[in-house]
Design a protein around this ligand. Structure first.
Ligand code: AMP
Length: 422
């Protein structure tokens, strides 16, 4: 094969797009119901936006960004996540001036130079929300409730919500030191990446997937015990709200999330129907991000859910039935003279709101009937020599198998009646 799609990318073929659309439509519908409005940001941004917001020592920034220099000599990066661009747009367009809370949602591809495997791609797609402008933990509860509602709406049942608090600039440095102290005796036994993390970003050690690191860090100090008063109160309130809403969760002191901008609430939604890449999505608070990006101090919280992973789970659970929509009518033309009248009829059907197809390959009537059948057409309109001479059309109901001759001028009405009564 001369050309292949780039490693780690996928073609989403027509058999798959109905399922993708179902997932996206479900998300859009719920976002509207929860009061979130769509925002679309560019596919690339200044590299610096991501480096500063996510943190230069995170895996994504240090190893996985699609960064290049454009012809003007600027360093740009294909977006590896959705939050920083939305916050940049929020600040740049002064959305804060509209007053109150900005509740935004997005659907976007993301790009990360990762080692491709099941559920992990170099171009993936995310559904996300960002609620910017309140630090009330009730907003955290709403955001989490929306994510859980989304999965419930899709029928995805085998999942759990994992919750933690990663503290804030007041309490995190203390915890970071406690963690370093704990790990100091066995730093040499940790994997190379964790040895670097130990120096630069110790919380990330908790997230290492290697068995040996996990075992060594199993009894690491609990971050919850290091939280300052404000973070602890926030976390307790959120737990109360989730309990009150009947949303089950487990607290995992090892949950830290991948980016530096997170403060307080961190959460992930995981499913055992996924393999090693078991996270369906995740999110958290980022109370310092707006300011970091150049806006006034403004708290925020959001999440990003992976579309590919939702679809993997739906397939695993047998929820992925999404057939192509049937075509309502088929125009079968016989003979070259019938081509233009058939085209006109096809156009008239479509203008009347009826989905319609025809044959462009000059196949026999029998072959055309087969195509109509495969497309699920309710009605076939046949235009042959006799019909042309009499300005009629033969209308065949593919369900009742009845066939009758109707005037060409009124056949649209008849088709409408047949397909709408179906
Ligand atoms: P993150 O913010 O990195 O935790 O990403 C949120 C969600 O996006 C993850 O839980 C995945 O469902 C999805 N995701 C992130 N990166 C990838 C990737 N490389 N391939 C597929 N899905 C991804």
């Amino acid at each position: 094969m001369r050309y292949q799609r780039p490693r780690g990318t996928n073609d989403i073929l027509p058999d798959e797009t109905p399922l993708w659309n179902r997932v996206e439509e479900t998300f859009r519908t719920l976002c509207k119901r929860y009061g979130y409005h769509e925002i679309r940001t560019p596919i690339f941004e200044d590299t610096d936006l991501f480096t500063r917001s996510m943190g230069e020592h995170t895996d994504v920034v240090s190893k996985e960004m699609y960064t290049f220099t454009d012809r003007g000599g600027r360093s740009v990066t294909l977006k590896p996540e959705g939050t920083a661009p939305v916050v940049r747009a929020y600040v740049e367009n002064n959305l804060a001036a509209q007053g109150g809370l900005s509740k935004l949602y997005y659907i976007t591809p993301i790009f990360r130079y990762e080692r491709p495997q099941a559920g992990r791609y170099r171009q993936a797609h995310q559904l996300g929300v960002e609620a910017i402008g309140s630090q009330h933990p009730a907003l955290d509860a709403e955001v989490i409730a929306l994510a859980m509602h989304f999965y419930r709406q899709l029928g995805i049942s085998r999942l759990s919500l994992v919750l933690n608090s990663v503290g804030c600039p007041v309490c995190r440095p203390t915890y970071r030191e406690r963690l370093r102290e704990f790990a100091r005796p066995f730093v040499q036994e940790l994997c190379e990446a964790c040895q670097t993390r130990y120096e630069l970003n110790p919380l990330r050690m908790l997230d290492c997937k290697r068995e040996k690191c996990r075992a060594l860090l199993h009894d690491a100090p609990d971050i919850i015990e290091s939280l300052c008063e404000e973070c602890r109160t926030h976390f307790d309130a959120l737990r109360q709200y989730l309990d009150g809403l009947g949303i089950p969760y487990v607290v995992d002191k090892h949950l830290v999330r991948g980016f530096d901008y997170y403060t307080k609430t961190a959460f992930e939604i995981v499913s055992d129907a996924l393999g090693a890449q078991n996270a369906l999505g995740g999110g958290g608070r980022y109370d310092g991000l707006v300011e970091e990006i150049g806006g006034p101090p403004t708290p925020g919280i959001g999440f990003a859910l992976g579309i590919e992973r939702a679809i993997i789970v739906m397939k695993e659970l047998g929820l992925a039935e999404a057939k192509r929509e049937a075509v309502e009518a088929f125009v079968a033309a016989l003979g070259e003279e019938a081509t233009l009248p058939a085209l006109k009829l096809l156009q008239a059907l479509r203008e009347a709101g009826i989905s319609a197809e025809t044959d462009y390959q000059r196949r026999s009537l029998k072959a055309q009937m087969k195509v109509a059948d495969r497309l699920g057409c309710r009605v076939v309109l046949l235009l042959g020599e006799d019909e042309l001479a009499q300005r009629t059309v033969t209308l065949r109901d593919m369900v009742t198998k009845e066939q009758r001759t109707v005037p060409l001028d009124t056949c649209i009405e008849e088709v409408l009646q047949t397909v709408r009564n179906a």
